[in-house]
Design a protein around this ligand. Structure first.
Ligand code: GCO
Length: 256
């Protein structure tokens, strides 16, 4: 019987920033589709707890501890996987931070930290993954995580907006260079999703009302509502899709 094009059995996925929130949801979704998942974070303890949550559900999951901005640590993490004969077939560049402050008050260090984590980190990790995908003869999936702010800006989140706009164009740059090696690089643009990163916004009645009034679904999204798009982009169902960003936003960007 023909297997589903969405079946990820036999594939290994690395999801950066996956100890909680949408990163963990991506890991669980890909594991449920059959992938072995490698979770990533900067804290050994939270990483171990997240892995246990998945292995307790019967999934194949393990940890890889590194900060995506640390080039040497990323290289060492991939070398450790090489040593064990583990090839990353699917990379989800999810790691990201948020820092909200008006630009006139923003310290350069805070600007740089957000750009480094949310944009440069995606480059550093994808470069290691793509080098190996190409060396293995090609084939692979790279999924970057954008945002509504990949398309439109909101006041007080300039570095995040600049980084997420960069993620959209970096995804296209990856497609331009790596599609010829049968590597598909695409992105997911989440709308406002109910996660820890957005906890302050969820608790702000005016912001909550703005989110609900600004998208036709009239609600926040849930992390698990992003996983279907991730499985699609991680699977052979998207083998002729390159350089695209798919918005999972309740219709926010589609309407005035
Ligand atoms: C913010 C939020 C947003 C969302 C998401 C929207 O402060 O506006 O953190 O950035 O997280 O990126 O698509």
């Amino acid at each position: 019987m023909k297997t589903s094009p969405f079946d990820l059995s036999g594939r290994t996925a690395l999801i950066t920033g996956s100890v909680r929130g949408i990163g963990f949801a991506f890991a669980q979704g890909l594991a449920e589709a059959g992938a072995r998942v490698i979770l990533n974070g900067r804290s050994e303890e939270s990483l171990a707890a997240a892995v246990t949550r998945l292995t307790d559900l019967g999934h194949a999951a393990e940890a890889s501890l590194f900060d995506v901005v640390d080039e040497a640590a990323v290289a060492a993490a991939f070398a450790a996987l090489d040593e064990r004969g583990i090839a990353v077939d699917i990379l989800i560049n999810n790691a990201g931070i948020q820092f909200r402050k008006p630009m006139v008050d923003l310290a350069l260090a805070d600007w740089q930290r957000v750009i480094d984590t949310n944009l440069t980190g995606a480059f550093i990790v994808a470069r290691e993954a793509a080098r190996r995908m190409i060396a293995r003869g090609g084939g692979g999936k790279i999924i970057n995580i954008g945002s509504l702010t990949s398309e439109a800006a909101r006041a007080t989140v300039a570095p995040y907006t600049a980084a997420k706009g960069g993620i959209k164009m970096l995804t296209r740059a990856m497609a331009a260079e790596w599609a010829r090696f049968d590597i598909q690089a695409n992105a997911i643009g989440p709308g406002y999703i109910a996660t820890d990163m957005n906890a302050a916004l969820l608790q702000d009645a005016a912001f909550d009302a703005w989110v609900k009034n600004s998208n036709p679904a009239q609600r926040w999204g849930q992390p698990e509502e992003l996983t279907g798009t991730a499985v699609y982009l991680a699977s052979s169902a998207s083998n002729y899709v390159n350089g695209q960003i798919i918005y999972v936003d309740g219709g926010w960007l589609a309407v005035l």
